[in-house]
Design a protein. Structure first.
Length: 226
C-alpha cells in the first residue's frame, strides 16, 4: 500500500502592503511601456516630418532653378550708344483710327488714346495701341511669326517682367526687331548681345513723351498670354 503524499502548506495571502507594492509596480511598468511607445511614435513623426521637409525644400529649389526668371535692367537711359540702333523724329499725339507709320514696325508717331497693356502676345497687336505703350517707356519686341521655337524661348528669357510688349509681326525687315520711342534695333538672332544692351538703354527711358506712365490698365490685344 503506497504512502499518501504530504499536503503542501497553504500559500500565504499577500499582505495589503505587498498588494499595494505590486499594484504600483504594475502601474509603473504600464507607464514605462506607454512612454516608450510615445517616444517611438515621436521619433517616427520627426523622421516623417524631416523627410517631408527635405522633399519640400528640394521641390522649392528645383522650382527656383528650373523656373525662368525675368531679366533685370535699370530703368532710365545713360546715353549709351548701341551699334546698329536707328533713331527717328516721330510726332506724338492721340488720334482715332488707323495710322500710316513711317517705320516697320512703328517706333513712334501718332497713336490711339488707349495704350496696349504690356505683356506677351501670340498674335499681332494693334500698332496704334502699341505705339502708345512706347510713349510710356515700354519696349516693343517683335519677331517673325516663323521664328524657331528655340529662338523665341531664348528671346523671351532676355526680357524684363514689365514695360515690354512681345508679339509676332508680319513683314519685318529682320527676324527680330526691338522698338522704343523713336529708336529701333534689327537683329538676326536671339543670341545677339545687343538685345540686352538695347533694353538696358531704352527700357523705361526718361526720354519719352510720358515717362513713368502706366503700361497696364488699358486694353489687351489678341492672343495675350501674360
Amino acid at each position: 500500500m503506497s504512502a499518501t503524499p504530504p499536503v503542501p502548506p497553504a500559500a500565504k495571502k499577500p499582505t495589503v502592503k505587498q498588494q499595494r507594492a505590486e499594484e504600483r509596480a504594475r502601474k509603473l511598468e504600464e507607464f514605462r511601456k506607454k512612454e516608450a511607445r510615445a517616444k517611438r511614435n515621436r521619433r517616427l513623426g520627426w523622421g516623417a516630418a524631416a523627410v517631408v521637409g527635405v522633399v519640400v525644400v528640394g521641390l522649392l529649389i528645383t522650382s527656383i532653378v528650373l523656373t525662368p526668371q525675368p531679366a533685370s535692367y535699370d530703368a532710365g537711359s545713360e546715353g549709351a550708344e548701341v551699334e546698329g540702333v536707328e533713331t527717328f523724329e516721330n510726332p506724338a499725339g492721340h488720334v482715332e483710327g488707323a495710322v500710316d507709320y513711317a517705320q516697320t514696325p512703328p517706333a513712334g508717331g501718332e497713336h490711339n488714346p488707349a495704350w496696349l497693356n504690356c505683356g506677351v502676345y501670340t498674335e499681332p497687336v494693334p500698332n496704334e495701341n502699341a505705339v502708345h505703350s512706347l510713349e510710356h517707356g515700354a519696349v516693343w519686341v517683335t519677331y517673325d511669326p516663323d521664328l524657331a521655337a528655340g529662338e523665341l524661348e531664348a528671346l523671351t528669357s532676355k526680357l524684363p517682367s514689365t514695360y515690354v510688349v512681345l508679339s509676332p509681326f508680319d513683314g519685318l525687315p529682320s527676324p527680330i526687331v526691338l522698338s522704343a520711342w523713336n529708336s529701333q534695333l534689327q537683329v538676326d538672332s536671339a543670341d545677339d548681345e545687343r538685345i540686352a544692351a538695347f533694353l538696358e538703354e531704352y527700357w523705361q527711358s526718361q526720354n519719352v513723351p510720358e515717362p513713368g506712365a502706366l503700361c497696364t490698365g488699358a486694353v489687351d490685344g489678341p492672343g495675350k498670354v501674360s
